[in-house]
Design a protein around this ligand. Structure first.
Ligand SMILES: Cc1cc2nc3c(=O)[nH]c(=O)nc-3n(C[C@H](O)[C@H](O)[C@H](O)COP(=O)(O)OP(=O)(O)OC[C@H]3O[C@@H](n4cnc5c(N)ncnc54)[C@H](O)[C@@H]3O)c2cc1C
Length: 445
């Protein structure tokens, strides 16, 4: 029996592990990346050692993660934390059962307590042409830059709005590859929606100031910004060649690389396989998850609140596991981050392009299921997402519905004139990630 298993070595998972050590617990930490850091601090350790020039590109907020990573790795070296890098949790049961595979082989067991700090992912943004080579998520492009220094080739256009596109545009400019244009599906009217929340921006003044600076830098760089763009499609025969959209009349911009973004959502698959209770957040248009007595959720997995909140919630989850009282200052700081997030969510509400997908737009990339096929299935089977999944194999490919479950709910909601919340998600099952027969055989032995 393992006392404490922590899944994810991002800010939340690392801070949970460090806190647990303080209470005399020796946690096991599993993360599918080769080094700790999660998304925001991805590959910070190796970049510091081998590519210090990249630290300048990603800025002081990236460099800041060094202290947390060092503290985590020091505890690993001292034998207080067991850390399995490049190890993927592929099974999780509500009673604490788990299995993961990695370079040291496969392991299965049962943990008394589990902290799932499995973070976030980008919300899928199905658009005509989004499966063409040359199109990828804004976050995916950033991870490629952080992991291998890869920079997109040719003209770059970003489709979408939010803090991450603004940040990436700045980082690309610093790397010598400024984006040619940013196309935003929402109009300036979204600022009116955000107006009632303006005071909440003051809850995190430094973050608000950083956002304002990024906007100012975009103006100084004279990046062309197209707001209120409708009917967006990515054009190209075998690879992305440009973006076409309506703004009164049809406009088209050439681009070899199109980066798409519709905000981030919790990485729901492991949380759902763990049987945790879901709650739909109208504010973030996604599902949030409640911890159970055995499985605690920390960081972005519990709802998107950003890195500072992730660190606090990791620490708080460890305290809960160790039956220690939460700290007042942590509770206050967490509340502030939550308040600030309401401002961000109101400023950049998700566009949910899946809801308006045209019939030939692909919703499930793994199985190449188009919106038209889903519409036909809804006509015969109704709104039941499990029946649609069984009929079409939507969500049964290698990503196990990581991307298309959300799109299926958004699309069905629009077709049935109800919300994604009412449609719900298809049942989540183990394995959370594809698993080889070799892995299963190893466990049998
Ligand atoms: C692609 C992307 C890029 C981002 N970049 C920035 C940025 O530059 N600046 C910023 O302020 N915010 C950024 N964010 C938001 C940022 O992720 C959060 O603010 C913060 O990092 C959340 O921390 P976390 O510990 O909850 O999760 P994460 O940092 O996401 O860490 C979760 C970890 O769990 C691992 N994991 C997930 N599933 C499994 C599994 N089944 N088995 C094993 N390991 C698993 C992941 O690989 C990851 O290492 C980004 C988000 C995304 C999705």
């Amino acid at each position: 029996m393992t006392d404490l298993l922590i899944v994810g070595a991002g800010p939340a998972g690392m801070s949970a592990a460090i806190e647990a050590v303080k209470y005399g617990i020796h946690p096991i930490v599993v993360d599918n990346r080769p080094e700790p850091g999660g998304n925001i601090y991805a590959f910070l350790g190796s970049n510091k050692r081998k590519h210090p020039e990249r630290i300048k590109i990603f800025g002081p907020d990236y460099a800041k993660g060094g202290a947390l990573i060092d503290a985590f790795l020091t505890s690993v070296e001292e034998g207080r934390i067991t850390y399995h890098s490049s190890a993927r949790l592929w099974r999780i049961d509500p009673d604490g059962g788990y299995a993961f595979d990695g370079p040291d082989g496969s392991r299965a067991g049962k943990a008394e307590q589990i902290i799932l700090a499995t973070g976030a992912q980008e919300r899928p943004m199905p658009l005509p042409g989004w499966t063409l080579p040359g199109v990828m998520g804004v976050g995916a492009a950033q991870i490629l830059m952080k992991s291998g220094g890869e920079l997109p080739a040719g003209d770059i256009v970003i489709v979408g709005a939010g803090p991450l596109p603004l940040l990436l545009a700045d980082q690309l400019a610093k790397a010598g590859r400024p984006v040619k244009a940013m196309i935003e599906p929402a109009g300036a009217s979204r600022l009116l929606n955000a107006a009632p929340h303006i005071l909440q921006a003051a809850a995190a003044p430094k973050t608000a100031l950083k956002g304002t600076l990024l906007l100012a830098k975009r103006i100084l760089r004279r990046t062309s910004v197209w707001r209120n763009a409708k009917n967006i499609e990515i054009v190209g025969a075998d690879t992305a060649a440009g973006v076409r959209f309506m703004r009164g009349k049809t406009a088209e911009l050439d681009a070899a690389c199109v980066l798409i973004h519709d905000g981030i959502i919790p990485n729901l698959n492991p949380l759902r396989a763990a049987g945790l209770e879901l709650e739909y957040s109208e504010q973030q248009k996604t599902w949030h998850v409640q911890s159970s007595d055995v499985i605690h959720v920390a960081g972005d997995g519990a709802g998107i609140l950003g890195v500072d909140a992730a660190i606090i919630s990791g620490r708080t989850a460890a305290k809960r596991v160790c039956r220690a009282d939460p700290v007042n200052s942590d509770e206050k700081a967490y509340k502030k981050q939550r308040s600030f997030r309401q401002f961000i969510d109101a400023t950049y509400p998700p566009v949910q392009t899946a809801g308006k997908a045209k019939s030939d737009t692909v919703l499930c990339r793994c199985e190449m299921i188009r919106a038209g096929a889903v519409e036909a299935a809804i006509d015969t089977l109704g709104a039941d997402p499990n029946a649609i999944k069984r009929a079409l194999r939507i969500g049964m490919g290698p990503c196990q519905g990581r991307l298309c479950n959300h799109s299926l709910a958004d699309y069905s909601g629009t077709k049935l004139n109800c919300s994604a919340k009412e449609v719900g998600l298809p049942r989540a099952r183990n394995p959370v990630l594809p698993v080889s027969f070799e892995t299963l055989a190893e466990l049998e032995e």
